[in-house]
Design a protein around this ligand. Structure first.
Ligand SMILES: C[S@@+](CC[C@H](N)C(=O)[O-])C[C@H]1O[C@@H](n2cnc3c(N)ncnc32)[C@H](O)[C@@H]1O
Length: 420
């Protein structure tokens, strides 16, 4: 049930009923990417909505879950959201990827001195020590990570709040809004619509006087174990809400896993490893070699580590890394990747472009990059500045696997420039 509205527009009744037909993961992801591409905007708090609806006290401790929005936490700590919204006592921002944390820390540090204490943490769950410790949680619905992930975040927000603490929650009408309001209603018992602007809505829900029941987020996370055969190998993968292709092995990843060429003693990097499918297959194909799996998300790194153990893989490690940054100057015989094709829910080829450029720097002479992507991905054009040679290895109706090769050694290549 939705009560009250203090903004332009009329109160919309949210019955919570969801009539849209469920579509397979891939179709949903593609249509989300298509809609986001048309709008071309990443997920952000709408500052005008916050100005109209947000209420804070100077004594508040605020938990801010804003994904790729790096502007709002800085406005909160500096007390410049609106004249009547003071800087709270402390703002804690959680970000799920290492690059977002570094960028927000950099911007926070370079900003002028602010009245509020500010802490940025690499995390996507609420630690037990934080349960029941915030007066306010400010949450963006990360629609592009899927409904289950948003539901988990709402549960985390509920757990993080002190008795009578308040959640401020922003959704978009066409990005799961009705469903997410239903989730908040289920958890908090009620939702109040504060402000509407365009498709965006700002809601408030109060936690109620009872103390938090559970000390951990983990129980909220639905874990699925997938088992499939790839290249004659049985691979078992644990996945969770918010992780790429969590219901089945992705068809593009599978195409790459079936066709990537890896020698028995190769050193291999799996760039953007997700739950670890490509890295695990690579490790099995290179029993005398070594594999490093890299991902920028704290959640997938933890999963990939568990999946190495689950599959008895001893010749591979997992590292949290923005691109190949964490490997320093290490080079590889082969790099494999199913690169991300969006940033903050918006379709972009920039991440793939960055992956290809970084791979070129970290491949040995004659080293090979195997990349899979949809036919629409202009991989040869993205790779042209970095590789002389790129060819199609295989393709199905939707996806293509490309191989780009480094030339034999030249004197110039003996010292590796750092690209990232
Ligand atoms: C399309 S998924 C592929 C996952 C996995 N390799 C598979 O095939 O199932 C892309 C992965 O890249 C990761 N990623 C996105 N940006 C990244 C970055 N800057 N550095 C490292 N990994 C990144 C995402 O977290 C995601 O797990």
């Amino acid at each position: 049930m939705v009560v009250g509205a203090a903004a332009e527009g009329l109160v919309t009744r949210h019955t919570g009923a969801m009539r849209r037909r469920k579509r397979p993961d891939g179709a949903e992801a593609r249509s989300r990417a298509g809609r986001s591409r048309r709008r071309g905007r990443a997920l952000r708090f709408d500052q005008r909505l916050l100005r109209r609806g947000l209420e804070l006290a100077a004594t508040d401790r605020v938990l801010e879950l804003g994904y790729d929005d790096l502007e709002t936490p800085l406005l909160l700590v500096s007390g410049t959201v609106a004249d009547e919204v003071p800087a709270p006592r402390q703002v804690v921002s959680l970000r799920p990827t290492v690059d977002l944390v570094e960028e927000l820390q950099r911007q926070g540090a370079s900003g002028r001195s602010t009245p509020a204490a500010f802490e940025v943490r690499l995390a996507d769950t609420i630690p037990a020590t934080d349960v029941g410790s915030y007066e306010v949680v400010l949450l963006l619905a990360p629609h592009y990570l899927g409904n289950e992930r948003v539901r988990t975040d709402i549960a985390s927000a509920h757990r993080a709040l002190r008795p009578d603490g308040v959640l401020f929650f922003q959704t978009h009408r066409r990005q799961g809004g009705e469903t997410f309001v239903r989730y908040v209603t289920e958890r908090f018992g009620h939702v109040e619509l504060l402000a509407i602007r365009g498709g965006h809505r700002l809601y408030r829900a109060s936690r109620g006087p009872e103390a938090p029941a559970s000390a951990s987020d983990e129980g909220e996370r639905e874990t699925v174990v997938l088992q499939e055969t790839v290249r004659g190998l049985t691979i078992s993968l644990e996945t969770q809400a918010g992780v790429f292709s969590r219901r089945r092995f992705d068809t593009a990843s599978r195409l790459l896993a079936e066709t990537m060429q890896i020698g028995p003693a190769d050193e291999v990097a799996d760039l953007g490893c997700g739950a670890g499918l490509l890295g695990i297959v690579a490790a099995r194909l290179a029993p005398q070699g070594a594999v490093v799996l890299l991902d920028n998300r704290v959640q997938t790194v933890a999963l990939a580590k568990r999946n190495l153990r689950r599959n008895g893989v001893a010749n591979a490690t997992v590292q949290l890394s923005d691109g190949l940054q964490a490997v320093g100057r290490r080079t590889f015989d082969v790099i494999v990747s199913n690169p991300p094709l969006h940033e903050g829910g918006v379709y972009r080829t920039t991440p793939a472009e960055r992956f290809v450029a970084a791979a070129a720097v970290h491949l040995r002479p004659r080293g090979q990059l195997f990349v899979v992507g949809p036919r629409t991905l202009p991989l040869p054009r993205l790779a042209a500045p970095h590789f002389d040679e790129c060819e199609v290895v295989t393709a199905d109706r939707v996806n293509v696997v490309w191989r780009c090769r480094r030339p034999p050694a030249t004197r110039a290549q003996e010292s590796i420039p750092m690209l990232e």
